[in-house]
Design a protein around this ligand. Structure first.
Ligand code: FRU
Length: 505
C-alpha cells in the first residue's frame, strides 16, 4: 500500500515518489481541478536541468489522483514553473472552431535558441483535459532582454481589455505582458525594481488577480503576490523574510490592463505585507477559472523552504503541499489585509473527536487532552486573562513537542518547532516562528491543522498564518493545553480527526 511511510502526510498532497516543488498550472476545467507541479521523477532531489510538470487531478480539491507527468523536458530545456488557462474563445487557434482546451504557459530553463538567454517562455496545449500536451512549434514565445532570471509566467484573461495578461518574475521586478492569442506577447510595464528594501532575494512566481473587498462586488482591488527566493546571506544588508530563507509577500493596488499601481508607497521593509510567517509556504498561486461565485479565490503552496529544501528527512518522496486555502481581502482598522482559511471542502474528511467549553487554564495545572491524533484539526478560542503565554503542545511525547502558542506580552502567535522531533538535518530548521496578532475583544482564535509532517496555524481572522513542516515520531500523538504566568479561559475547543485522503475513501 502506498502513502504509509514515516512522515507521509495523510491529507496534504505529495507525489507517490520523488521530488516535488512549486504548484504549477492550477486550473479548473470540465469538472476537474488540475494540480501540476515542478517534478523531478528520478529521486528525491531537484534536478533543475530536467524538471517536468507532474500532474494530479481532483473533483473536490481534497482527494487527489496522481497522473503521469504532463510536460517533459527536451531539446527546449527543462520545464520550469508556469500556469495554465482555459482558452474559451480559441484565441490561440489550437482548438476546434467552437471548442476550447487548455494552454500551458511555462518557462524553459536551459534553452539554447538564443545565446546567453537560457530562460524563455514557451506554450503547449492539450485537447484531452490535460492528459497529453503538444508543445507549440513556434516556441519560445518570449525572450528576455538581458537578465538570466526571467521566469514563472502566470497568465489570466483580462476582460476589460480583451487581452491575456502575463505576470513574469524578472530578477528584481515583475514584468507584465499582454497578448491577444497567447503566442505574441508585448511588454506592458514593470513593477517593483524601485520598491526599496524588498530585494533580499530574486523574485519568483508572481500572481496578479482581482478580488472583492469584504465580498462586495462593487468594490474590487487587485492583489499582486510574490515569492522571494532565499538570498542565503549573500547580501547582508538585505532584510530577512519573517522566518528566514524563501518567503512570500503581497501588494494591494489597482491594475488597468497594463500597469499595477500599489495603494501605498513601499519605502522600506515596514511597508511590506507577508503572506505567511512560518518557514514553509512558498510559490503559492491561485486556481484559474474556478467555478462558483465571482471573486472566489483559492490557492495552494509548496510546504518547504529553499534554505533546506533538499534536506527534509523523507525517504522516497520529498515535498508536499499546504491544504488548499481560500483567500479573501478584508478591511481592518489598520487597512486592507489578505486573510486565508482552509477551504471548507475539507469538512468531508473531518470527524469530531472532542469538544471543551469554558475551561480555566492556569500555570502548572496543564490539562492533558486524553485524545491524540496524527492528523487533526483544532479550533480554539481563548479569552485573555493574566497568563503571559498560553496555547497547545501538539504531537507530544515524553521528549518531543511542537508548541503553538500566544505570547500575550508581545501580542504574537507562534509555532516553536525547536523540539518538534527530527530537526538536525539543517542548522536553521529548529526555530520559533512568530506572527503579529492583536486580540479581538480580548479573545484569540486559532485554527490548527496537523498532519504527519506539517502544521498550519490560522490566527484571528486569518491574517496571522504560520505554516511549518515538522518531523515528529509517529508515536508522538499527545496534546496538552498550557498557560504560563497566570490564567486564561479556553472559551471553546473543537478537535476533529482528519481522515486520510489516500486510505479513507
Ligand atoms: C521557485 C522556483 C521557480 C522556478 C522553479 C524551478 O521555487 O525557483 O522560480 O521556476 O522553482 O523548479
Amino acid at each position: 500500500m502506498e502513502y504509509i511511510e514515516k512522515f507521509r502526510p495523510q491529507y496534504h498532497y505529495s507525489p507517490a515518489r520523488n521530488w516535488m516543488n512549486d504548484p504549477n498550472g492550477l486550473v479548473y476545467y470540465e469538472g476537474e481541478y488540475h494540480l501540476f507541479y515542478q517534478y523531478s521523477p528520478f529521486d528525491n532531489l531537484p534536478h533543475f536541468d530536467k524538471m517536468h510538470w507532474g500532474h494530479a487531478v481532483s473533483t473536490d480539491l481534497v482527494h487527489w489522483e496522481e497522473l503521469p507527468p504532463a510536460i517533459f523536458p527536451g531539446e527546449d530545456g527543462a520545464i520550469f514553473s508556469g500556469s495554465a488557462v482555459v482558452d474559451h474563445r480559441n484565441t490561440s487557434g489550437f482548438f476546434d472552431e467552437n471548442g476550447s482546451g487548455l494552454v500551458a504557459i511555462y518557462t524553459n530553463n536551459g534553452n539554447t535558441t538564443l545565446p546567453n538567454k537560457p530562460q524563455v517562455q514557451s506554450i503547449a496545449y492539450s485537447r484531452d483535459k490535460g492528459r497529453t500536451w503538444t508543445k507549440y512549434e513556434g516556441n519560445p514565445v518570449l525572450f528576455p532582454d538581458a537578465t538570466l532570471d526571467f521566469r514563472d509566467p502566470k497568465v489570466f484573461w483580462h476582460e476589460e481589455t480583451s487581452m491575456w495578461i502575463m505576470s513574469l518574475a524578472v530578477q528584481d521586478r515583475v514584468e507584465f505582458y499582454q497578448s491577444p492569442n497567447l503566442k505574441a506577447w508585448t511588454f506592458a510595464s514593470a513593477f517593483g525594481a524601485d520598491a526599496i528594501g524588498t530585494h533580499r532575494g530574486i523574485y519568483e512566481c508572481p500572481d496578479l488577480f482581482p478580488i472583492h473587498v469584504d465580498g462586495d462586488v462593487n468594490n474590487r482591488k487587485w492583489v499582486l503576490i510574490l515569492s522571494v527566493g532565499d538570498c542565503n546571506g549573500v547580501n547582508p544588508y538585505d532584510p530577512e523574510t519573517p522566518a528566514g530563507g524563501s518567503g512570500m509577500m503581497y501588494f494591494i493596488g489597482n491594475f488597468d490592463g497594463k500597469v499595477f499601481t500599489p495603494d501605498d508607497p513601499i519605502h522600506s521593509m515596514d511597508d511590506l505585507k507577508w503572506i505567511d510567517y512560518g518557514s514553509d509556504f512558498y510559490a503559492a498561486v491561485t486556481w484559474n477559472n474556478t467555478p462558483g461565485e465571482d471573486g472566489r479565490k483559492r490557492w495552494i503552496g509548496w510546504m518547504n523552504n529553499w534554505r533546506y529544501a533538499g534536506a527534509l528527512p523523507t525517504d522516497n518522496w520529498r515535498g508536499n503541499n499546504s491544504v488548499p486555502r481560500e483567500l479573501k481581502l478584508k478591511q481592518f482598522a489598520e487597512g486592507l489585509r489578505l486573510v486565508q482559511q482552509p477551504i471548507e471542502e475539507l469538512g468531508i474528511i473531518r470527524t469530531p473527536l472532542k469538544t471543551l467549553e469554558d475551561v480555566m487554564l492556569a500555570t502548572d495545572v496543564n490539562s492533558l487532552v486524553d485524545i491524540g491524533a496524527n492528523s487533526a484539526e483544532i479550533i480554539a478560542e481563548f479569552e485573555i486573562g493574566t497568563a503571559t503565554e498560553f496555547g497547545f503542545k501538539v504531537r507530544k511525547s515524553a521528549n518531543e513537542e511542537t508548541v503553538v502558542g500566544y505570547d500575550n506580552v508581545r501580542k504574537k502567535l507562534f509555532v516553536d518547532r525547536t523540539n518538534s522531533g527530527k530537526v538536525d538535518f539543517h542548522p536553521d530548521f529548529a526555530a520559533k516562528h512568530e506572527a503579529p496578532l492583536a486580540p479581538t475583544n480580548k479573545r484569540v482564535r486559532m485554527l490548527i491543522l496537523i498532519d504527519s509532517c506539517t502544521i498550519e496555524v490560522f490566527g484571528g481572522a486569518g491574517t496571522a498564518v504560520i505554516s511549518d513542516t515538522i518531523f515528529p515520531d509517529p508515536e508522538s500523538k499527545g496534546l496538552e493545553l498550557y498557560a504560563i504566568g497566570g490564567s486564561v479561559t479556553l472559551v471553546s475547543l473543537q478537535m476533529n480527526e482528519m481522515g486520510s485522503i489516500w486510505h479513507d475513501r
